[in-house]
Design a protein around this ligand. Structure first.
Ligand code: LMR
Length: 334
């Protein structure tokens, strides 16, 4: 009798743990550095919702915004090690990984508009760039939009001469380094999460970013001037640990790809309005003078920044630059 009840208890325990095992969801840790209330933050939330629904709860997406898990450089290492499964770093952060072609996206005034940009990211060039990540143990899933960058400082920035001697925070891109030097500033690479404090304490004097990042990081509270210059672009590559992704059951991977497609469409649709609303927010906060470059000033910026492309050509690769030129010409731009 005793043996019988022991056997019963054992088989009941096995059943419970067996079913618990069958229901254990696959966890995707998705880490990123920006606030939830941004194009990327909202895109990540939408992906979570769609992915969990599409897989009927077999996948659980855990979001870690605001660098709460890892900072810029660490998060790429964590992805390669498998400590997180998904990231969406800005395209400016792939150089240190050895994939320098991504830095083409950082060239000043390279895209006359977003239509040209989308031809790159959604076309063969975008796919080719993702292929280059494979040898690093990374698979690229999608490109997400943010928007064009503005400059901030504690003084007006109207002409290139205004940048002279300013310490400007940049992302880890050699093109951005060359851009700031071309303007006469001293670039300083710094993790996104450290920018607010660095501006507040004067470790750096200014920075560049999209309005949504400026507003949600409260940069406008520690910068008295913002110049609407639209001189460069910030967008993202949504990437996964390749081994993790390839090891998923095929049906789950397909469902997740569908969720990513829809989340991408959503993110790219809201990006511009998020940035427009953020600029309104910055203006309403009343702590920053917002100034839009005149056409003459913009021409001066372009002139000062033109040599950056030539200087960076051998780093980025002429193939990449030619591809951008081709798409630019295809839309009727010179
Ligand atoms: C930055 O570091 O300024 C941006 O790349 C942050 C982001 O992810 O938008």
């Amino acid at each position: 009798m005793k043996l019988k009840s022991l056997l019963f208890a054992l088989s009941a325990a096995a059943l419970i743990s067996g079913s618990a095992f069958a229901q254990t969801p696959i966890i995707i840790k998705f880490s990123h550095v920006v606030a939830t209330d941004t194009p990327k933050g909202k895109g990540a939330e939408r992906f979570k919702e769609l992915a969990e629904k599409a897989t009927n709860g077999r996948v659980k997406v855990e979001l870690y915004p605001n660098s709460q898990l890892y900072k810029d450089k660490e998060e790429l290492e964590a992805l390669q090690l498998g400590a997180v499964q998904m990231l969406a770093p800005s395209l400016a952060k792939f150089g240190p990984l050895g994939v320098k072609e991504f830095e083409a996206f950082d060239l000043p005034y390279i895209f006359p508009d977003k239509a040209v940009l989308y031809r790159i990211t959604e076309g063969p060039v975008g796919k080719e760039l993702f292929k280059k990540l494979e040898s690093k143990g990374i698979s690229g899933l999608a490109y997400w939009d943010n928007g064009f960058k503005q400059m901030t400082a504690n003084k007006p920035l109207h002409v290139p001469a205004d940048f002279k001697g300013l310490k400007m925070r940049i992302q880890s891109s050699k093109v951005l380094d060359a851009q700031m030097r071309a303007l006469g500033a001293n670039p300083q690479v710094m993790a996104f999460s450290e920018v607010y404090q660095a501006l507040q304490t004067g470790v750096v004097n200014g920075t560049e970013n999209t309005n949504s990042n400026i507003f949600t990081q409260k940069t406008h509270e520690v910068q008295s001037h913002l110049t609407v210059s639209d001189h460069g672009y910030i967008g993202y590559a949504v990437i996964v640990n390749k081994k993790f992704w390839d090891g998923l059951p095929a049906d789950i991977r397909t469902q997740l790809e569908g969720a990513m497609k829809d989340a991408t469409r959503y993110t790219n649709a809201i990006a511009q309005q998020e940035n427009d609303a953020a600029l309104d927010g910055i203006k309403k906060a009343g702590k920053t003078t917002v100034y839009a470059l005149t056409p003459t000033e913009k021409a001066e910026w372009r002139k000062a920044l033109l040599p950056v492309r030539k200087e960076m050509e051998s780093r980025i690769g002429t193939e990449m630059l030619k591809a951008v030129d081709k798409e630019t010409a295809a839309l009727g731009y010179k």
